[in-house]
Design a protein around this ligand. Sequence first.
Ligand code: THU
Length: 131
Amino acid sequence: MKGKLIKEAERVRMRAHVPYSNFAVGAAVLTKNGNIFTGCNIENAAYPATCCAERVAMFNAIANGESKFDQLAVIADTKRPVPPCGICRQVMSEFFDEDVQIHLANLHGEIKTISMGKLLPFAFVSEDMDV
Ligand code: THU
């Protein structure tokens, strides 16, 4: 499944809207129901309005009624397997259990698999707002 997820991420990467950075990223999530949803990064002339590939893939799944996740893959043309940004890590931590596996890949075929708990330890969670 890891290979299929990375392939899907590589495929959707071609749809990235990246006129400003020219840095295309693709992501794919596997839901607990066994379905795959994909996303690419979508940039905007107002730069902060940009959305990363990982969040587009997750939001695509959630908008289609699936918010229980099993794995995520992300790929970019990087020297090392691409590390997700801090905002994406925080969004993942809202929906992923600590043992969800995240596959970081690059176009050279390198893959680093890391768990949610390792990718963002000591994450801020909803319980932190309980007083
Ligand atoms: N980007 C992603 O889509 N995912 C990442 O994990 C890292 C960064 C995008 C955001 C922006 O469109 C471009 O890459 C450069 O930061």
